[in-house]
Design a protein around this ligand. Structure first.
Ligand SMILES: [Fe+2]
Length: 162
């Protein structure tokens, strides 16, 4: 029996990512690349299990409500992963030009839009039955225990939707 509430935890992750991204945007404004890089590193660790849980467990479960629109969610993840890569690449630099800082902030804002969209799935998840929610909690827990960061998961484990 899992004691993880999949909907609460899902939304709690989103709050952390929202705050982290806003922090990155603020750090870029303050020209503090180091801080932005550290926060992005933490987000990478946090959202790896979240994305994995979504793609392996939550999205398939939501297909009952969303049908073919689940494929759109997967495609949206493709874009998010690409954006996260771009952001990480920029933040590897010691200093950023104004243009690069704006590019990184633009990427962070794009990720913020995804967080906001993704949180909407919570309202659909509420219609799953208690057994399904139990299963979701279990799988979420497993993804967290495995703890693979986002970009590593995307490179090595994620199966690209066909
Ligand atoms: Fe999400």
């Amino acid at each position: 029996m899992s004691h993880l509430d999949p909907i609460n935890e899902f939304r709690e992750d989103h709050r952390k990512v929202r705050d982290g991204l806003l922090d990155i945007i603020g750090s870029l404004k303050a020209k503090d690349v180091t801080r932005a890089r550290v926060i992005l590193g933490k987000l990478n660790t946090l959202v790896g299990p979240h994305f994995r849980y979504e793609e392996e467990t939550l999205y398939p479960a939501l297909r009952v409500f969303l049908g073919e629109y689940v494929d759109q969610l997967l495609e949206e993840h493709d874009g998010v992963i690409e954006t996260a890569r771009t952001c990480a690449r920029l933040l590897e630099k010691e200093t950023l030009t104004d243009k690069e800082a704006e590019e990184a902030a633009h990427a962070a804002r794009a990720l913020l839009v995804h967080v906001s969209n993704c949180d909407g799935l919570a309202i659909l998840s509420e219609r799953l039955n208690s057994e399904q929610l139990e299963e979701l909690g279990e799988k979420f827990n497993q993804a967290r225990k495995a703890g693979v960061p986002l970009l590593e998961w995307a490179d090595k484990i994620r199966k690209k939707p066909s």
